[in-house]
Design a protein around this ligand. Structure first.
Ligand SMILES: Nc1ncnc2c1ncn2[C@@H]1O[C@H](COP(=O)(O)OP(=O)(O)OP(=O)(O)O)[C@@H](O)[C@H]1O
Ligand SMILES: [Mg+2]
Length: 350
C-alpha cells in the first residue's frame, strides 16, 4: 500500500449517495482529514446503467463548494456490472509476452470484449520453484471509465487515480483488518444499485464481481406492490411510519427481496468455493443497503456464516473534535469504498 505522494480525495459516486473521504498519513498511520456525503437527486441514474453526467457532476461540484474543499485531485472508483476481477493461474512466461497474451486470456476468463474494455493484471508473489504464476486479472468497460472521467472533469476536478471500487474494498480491508486472521472470506457491499462481492484468500482478492441488486430493488418492489411513490417507498423501507402502508405486506416484501438477494449471494459463494476449493469463513458487510433492520441476521442464517458489519475507520485515527459521533456513525456503513479509494496516492498505478 502506498503512503507517499499527495493525499487524494476518495470520491465514491454511488447510485444513491456521493461519498468523499480524505486521509492523511502520519507517523502513526492513516488519519481522517475529511468526510462528506450528499444524496444524488432522482434522475441521476437514467434507464439501465446510464448516468445523467451533468446532474451528477453538478452535485459533486456543489459538495466541494459547500464544504470549501481545496484538494481537487481525486481517486474515483468504477463499479457495476461492467467490472470484474479474477485470479488465474498461467504457466510462467516473461512479462513482455504476458502483455500480449493477457487480453486474449482475459476474454476467456472474464465476460468482456477486449476491444471495448480496459484489461489490467497484477502478478501475485509465488515461490521461484513453482512452474505456474498467479495473476489477478481485472477488466472494465472503456465506456464506463470514459463516462466517469467526463463526470469528474465536468465537476472541475482532476482524476488522479481511477480504481476499481471492488479493489478499493480490499484496500479498506487491508488497512483496517490486517491484524486479523486471513481465512478465506467475503467482503459484501450492498449499495443502492448493486451488491459488490470480493472474495479474499490470505487477505487478497481471488474473485470479485457485482450483482445487479441492492437497496433500490427493495424500494422499487415496495413502490410497485403497495402503490407508493419512490420517495414514500424509501421512507417505508427505512422503517418510518407513512400511514397508508400495511406493515404485514411491507414486511413480506422486505423478506422476499432479502431472500432473493441472499440466494444470489449464496450461489456466487458456492461457485467461488467450487473453483477455489475452499470454504468462505465469514462475511464483512458494508453499504447502506445492508442497513435494513434484521438483514445481517437473515444473511447469516441463509448462508450459515458469521456476518459482521465493516468498520472502515477501525484503524484510522479520528479526531472527535473535528468529526461528530453522529457524522461517523452515519458514514460508517457507507464509507468502505470511499476509504479504500482515499488510501490511493498520486503516482499509484491506475
Ligand atoms: N436505514 C436504512 N435501511 C435500509 N436501507 C437503507 C438505510 N439507509 C440507507 N439505506 C439504503 O442504502 C442505499 C445507499 O447506500 P450506499 O450509499 O452504500 O449506496 P451507493 O453507494 O449510493 O450505491 P451503489 O454502491 O449501488 O452505487 C440506498 O438504497 C438506501 O435506500
Ligand atoms: Mg456504493
Amino acid at each position: 500500500m502506498a503512503s507517499h505522494g499527495p493525499d487524494l480525495v476518495g470520491l465514491d459516486i454511488g447510485a444513491d449517495t456521493i461519498k468523499l473521504v480524505e486521509l492523511g498519513f502520519g507517523y502513526h498511520g492513516f488519519y481522517l482529514k475529511m468526510l462528506e456525503a450528499a444524496s444524488l437527486s432522482a434522475g441521476a441514474i437514467l434507464d439501465g446503467d446510464r448516468l445523467n453526467t451533468e446532474l451528477i457532476a453538478d452535485s459533486i461540484r456543489k459538495l466541494f463548494q459547500e464544504h470549501n474543499i481545496k484538494n481537487k485531485k481525486v481517486a474515483v472508483g468504477v463499479s457495476g456490472s461492467s467490472v470484474a476481477v479474477k485470479l488465474i493461474q498461467l504457466p510462467k512466461v516473461p512479462k513482455d509476452e504476458l502483455d500480449e497474451i493477457i487480453p486474449w486470456e482475459a476474454e476467456q476468463y472474464l465476460p468482456f470484449d477486449p476491444g471495448k474494455s480496459f484489461i489490467d493484471y497484477q502478478i501475485l508473489p509465488t515461490s521461484p520453484e513453482e512452474k505456474t504464476m498467479n495473476l489477478l486479472l481485472a477488466a472494465c468497460s472503456r465506456e464506463k471509465v470514459n463516462e466517469l472521467l467526463q463526470i469528474v472533469q465536468k465537476a472541475g476536478l482532476y482524476p488522479a487515480v481511477v480504481d476499481l471500487a471492488l479493489l478499493a474494498l480490499e484496500n479498506q480491508y487491508e488497512i483496517n483488518y490486517h491484524l486479523e486472521n486471513h481465512k478465506p472470506m467475503a467482503l459484501i457491499d450492498i449499495g443502492a444499485g448493486q451488491t459488490s462481492i470480493n472474495f479474499l484468500i490470505n487477505g487478497s482478492t481471488a474473485l470479485a464481481g457485482a450483482l445487479p441488486l441492492g437497496g433500490n430493488t427493495y424500494t422499487s418492489a415496495i413502490s410497485e406492490r403497495l402503490g407508493l411513490s419512490l420517495e414514500r417507498a424509501e421512507m417505508a423501507k427505512r422503517g418510518r411510519s407513512i400511514g397508508k402502508a400495511n406493515p404485514k405486506a411491507l414486511r413480506q416484501i422486505l423478506i422476499n427481496v432479502s431472500l432473493e438477494l441472499i440466494h444470489k449471494i449464496k450461489q456466487y459463494i458456492k461457485s467461488f468455493s467450487a473453483t477455489h476449493q475452499t470454504e468462505v469463513s465469514r462475511i464483512l458487510l458494508s453499504g447502506g443497503g445492508g442497513l435494513l433492520r434484521g438483514f445481517d441476521h437473515l444473511l447469516s442464517e441463509g448462508l450459515g456464516l458469521p456476518v459482521e458489519r465493516t468498520n472502515p475507520f477501525k484503524e484510522i485515527a479520528v479526531d472527535n473534535k473535528k468529526f461528530t459521533l453522529e457524522q461517523i456513525s452515519y458514514m460508517t456503513p457507507l464509507a468502505a469504498v470511499g476509504v479504500g479509494l482515499a488510501t490511493r496516492r498520486l503516482g499509484d498505478k491506475s
